[in-house]
Write a protein that binds this ligand. Structure first.
Ligand code: AP5
Ligand code: MG
Length: 192
């Protein structure tokens, strides 16, 4: 079972991926978390990408592809991945199919969390005090939202051509959304 979960900043990708990972014994692969770790550890890559992340822009496709391939190619995670925040543009969506294909895997379900900008702003401003993420300032959060909006339409169209895409109202409670996602996962034939 490999799952893609996407949606705007603050949609609940991380929250829901974490819940599903625990429940179904999967591994949450958050490209945002991986990139923030590089910055925190002050690696060469971290220094290279920090200004992009802090301005709400996307890091290059090649950099993120290299990061996720390490997981896709690792037998420990084979068909156990939740892609939290990948893909974010059409090139990444195609690349994900190619990478999974290369390692004999596929996507089983694509979840799109739908949340309005008003709610996003509220959530991110609340989280700002808890997690101290450098990109959680209001103007950068709006920039992240704009980056999302300007890249995601072809991704949605790409997955609409398959029967994998499920749209979920991300504005209800965390537990209600988790239940809905669990139901969708359990309804996939042979998910174990
Ligand atoms: P990333 O870390 O993925 O950030 P994001 O997409 O902006 O999303 P967030 O992590 O802010 O939100 P989330 O959807 O995970 O929501 P959460 O569960 O935390 O990416 C950061 C940056 O890295 C990007 O801007 C880009 O620069 C770079 N990057 C990452 N991936 C990339 C890629 N593929 N290609 C290129 N660059 C990439 O929830 C938010 C808050 O709301 C929390 O406090 C939570 O408790 C609360 N909450 C969640 N659900 C609910 C609910 N239902 N009701 C009430 N509160 C809720
Ligand atoms: Mg997140």
């Amino acid at each position: 079972m490999n799952i893609v979960i996407f949606g705007p900043p603050g949609a609940g990708k991380g929250t829901q991926s974490n819940n599903i990972a625990k429940k179904f014994n999967l591994h949450q692969l958050s490209t945002g978390e991986l990139l923030r770790k590089e910055i925190k550890d002050e690696t060469k890559l971290g220094l290279q990408i920090s200004s992009l992340i802090d301005s709400g822009k996307l890091v290059s496709d090649i950099i993120v592809s290299d990061l996720i391939e390490k997981y896709i190619s690792n037998p420990i995670y084979k068909s156990r991945l939740i892609f939290d925040g990948y893909p974010r543009n059409l090139n990444q969506a195609k690349n994900l199919n190619n990478l999974l294909n290369k390692y004999g895997q596929k996507i089983d379900i694509v979840l799109r969390l739908s949340v309005s900008l008003e709610i996003i702003k509220k959530r991110i401003l609340e989280r700002k005090n808890l997690e101290k993420r450098a990109d959680d300032k209001e103007e950068i959060a709006i920039k992240r939202y704009e980056t999302y909006e300007s890249n995601i339409k072809p991704v949605i169209d790409f997955y609409k051509q398959t029967d994998l895409l499920k749209v979920i109202n991300g504005e209800t409670s965390i537990s209600k959304i988790s239940d809905e996602i669990s139901g969708l996962i359990e309804s996939i034939k042979g998910w174990l």
